[in-house]
Design a binder for this molecule. Structure first.
Ligand code: SAM
Length: 281
């Protein structure tokens, strides 16, 4: 076990029995249940514990703060922000960011990706984190205050109704969140709506191999903390195009369990019909 995983496990002694409860056995959870679950995990993190969002709280290789190359000090983020991570990949490493970019992190959780991105878009850029859990928003704001980063904002809202106007941002990032949406077509359409023409979408998510036995697939989804359901690459691709994205690529990064794997999903919104000032990127 890595030092980071050990630290996380030791810190996990602060977990509450409410969080440990196997809340999502049986039918797929509703959005309200998903958000309540993550609110409980945010409170665990706020109390100094280490949230793990699998039903038996067993960490899965390739998930959590261990996907980031470095300690909190090396990453220059508060220790609590790294400990609260429930990532399945590092979207900050896969989305190109430039000074001046306006970035949106969907399902921002404890705020780690927002804080890491904020540095990369300085000077002139900013990062907004949106999450449906008020406890996660509070946690992320504490981490932002600890880090001293000022070009960030955290807003309460759903993926399926993003609290931003059309074409508000240049880049959308997200880390292990779209799999939790109970209305993925709507969530992807909302991401396309808030991106400017020619904007970039770069996320990590958990996907399913094609042709899995439905019962085994559902069992793997529950075991990995993705109980709402995963998409195959083909299904994802189809939904991205239907949502209004012009081009999409899906790159597998590492296996998880039972035919599920982590992937980088990238797409762009159609470029403006009449280009104005050339985009320096
Ligand atoms: C697996 S955690 C990932 C958090 C963060 N991206 C990270 O890497 O640590 C999922 C996050 O998405 C949020 N979430 C789940 N469903 C959501 C929805 N429909 N709209 C907005 N946020 C949602 C949860 O509250 C939680 O903070």
């Amino acid at each position: 076990m890595s030092a980071k995983a050990r630290q996380k496990r030791e810190a996990g002694s602060a977990r509450s029995s409410v969080v440990v409860a196997r809340w999502y056995q049986g039918a797929r959870p509703s959005r309200t249940q998903v958000v309540a679950r993550y609110s409980g995990l945010a409170r665990v993190a706020a109390a100094g514990g280490a949230p793990v969002d699998t039903p038996d709280e067993q960490e899965i290789d390739g998930c959590g703060g261990a996907v980031y190359a470095g300690s909190a000090a090396e990453l220059r983020v508060p220790e609590g922000a790294l400990r609260a991570s429930m990532a399945c990949g590092n979207p900050v490493a896969i989305a190109e960011l430039f000074p001046g970019d306006r970035v949106l992190d969907l399902g921002s959780g404890g705020g780690l990706d927002v804080l890491l991105s904020a540095r990369r878009v300085s000077p002139g850029g900013f990062v907004i984190g949106v999450d449906a859990s008020p406890d996660m928003i509070d946690l992320a704001r504490v981490h932002a205050a600890e880090s001293g980063v000022t070009n960030v904002d955290f807003r309460l809202g759903y993926l399926e109704a993003i609290p931003l106007p059309d074409a508000a941002v240049d880049v959308v990032i997200s880390n292990c969140v779209f799999t939790l949406s109970t209305d993925k077509p709507r969530a992807l359409a909302e991401a396309a709506r808030v991106l400017r023409p020619g904007g970039r979408f770069g996320i990590t998510d958990v996907l399913a191999e094609p042709g899995l036995d439905p019962d085994r697939r559902a069992a793997a989804e529950h075991a990995t903390g993705c109980p709402v359901g995963t998409l195959t690459a083909d299904e994802y691709h189809e939904l991205l195009l239907a949502a209004g994205f012009a081009a999409a690529t899906i790159t597998r990064t590492h296996p998880i369990i039972g035919g599920l794997y982590s992937a980088i999903v990238r797409a762009t919104t159609p470029a403006p019909a009449t280009p104005g000032r050339p985009d320096p990127r």
